[in-house]
Design a protein around this ligand. Structure first.
Ligand code: ADP
Length: 210
């Protein structure tokens, strides 16, 4: 089984949702730079205050900041790691290659129309990072997290104007990572347009076992 994996894909592709399942079912530790940054912003730390303007406008936080964040967290983890939302630039991918060997990058491929619809109906748990969708994956109780009973919220950067910028930033900075991992024979592409959440997870599991 592969033990160091990267989840790639545009905003709204389902990376966070699949990361949660991979963590629960296969014992990965999830490292999500998006979750880490949102927590820093919520706690009004120095790093959070610096990152806020980038996150809220849908732009990327400078490489140095996220690379440092990942380096710090990775030190305490011994088992299998799943990177969600990192790397997002070639510079971040190079930095990661110096920290650890990556076994596989999984690109969840989803069309723009589907992404925009998903993001507009997305709900999140501020405490445990669980992701919901008003139609495709509603919480059992309205606006309350199934796992930790915290009130759910809609992310500030999920507003339509910001989403359009996030997609543009994704194409410019993150799309090149598909070639980056493909050239290193580490890329698997999963069609995330169709199939249930569970079905997509099963396809990821197969890729991890091969
Ligand atoms: P999504 O994949 O849905 O766009 P994330 O939760 O991964 O959302 O990220 C939200 C925001 O946090 C990004 O738009 C960006 O501002 C910032 N961010 C997250 N990860 C990184 C990263 N690796 N490098 C730079 N900025 C990041």
């Amino acid at each position: 089984m592969k033990s160091r994996i990267v989840l790639l894909g545009p905003p709204g592709a389902g990376k966070g949702t699949q990361a949660e399942i991979l963590e629960k079912e296969l014992g990965f530790t999830k490292l999500s730079t998006g979750d880490m940054l949102r927590e820093e912003i919520r706690n009004k730390t120095e790093l959070g205050e610096k990152a806020k303007i980038y996150v809220e406008s849908g732009n990327l936080v400078p490489d140095e900041i996220v690379i440092e964040m990942i380096k710090k967290r990775i030190r305490d983890i011994s088992g299998a790691i799943l990177f969600d939302g990192y790397p997002r630039t070639v510079k971040q991918a190079d930095a990661l290659a110096h920290i650890t060997d990556i076994d596989l990058a999984i690109n969840i491929d989803v069309k723009d129309e589907v992404l925009i619809n998903r993001i507009a109906k997305r709900l999140m748990c501020p405490k445990c990072g669980a992701v919901y969708h008003l139609v495709n994956k509603p919480p059992r109780k309205d606006w309350v997290c199934d796992k930790c009973s915290t009130n759910l919220y809609q992310r500030d950067d999920d507003r339509e104007e910001t989403v359009v910028n996030r997609l543009k930033v994704y194409r410019q900075n993150t799309l090149p990572l598909i070639n980056y991992y493909s050239e290193r024979n580490k890329l698997v592409v999963i069609d995330g347009n169709k199939g249930t959440i569970h079905n997509i997870f099963e396809r990821i599991r197969v890729a991890l076992e091969n």
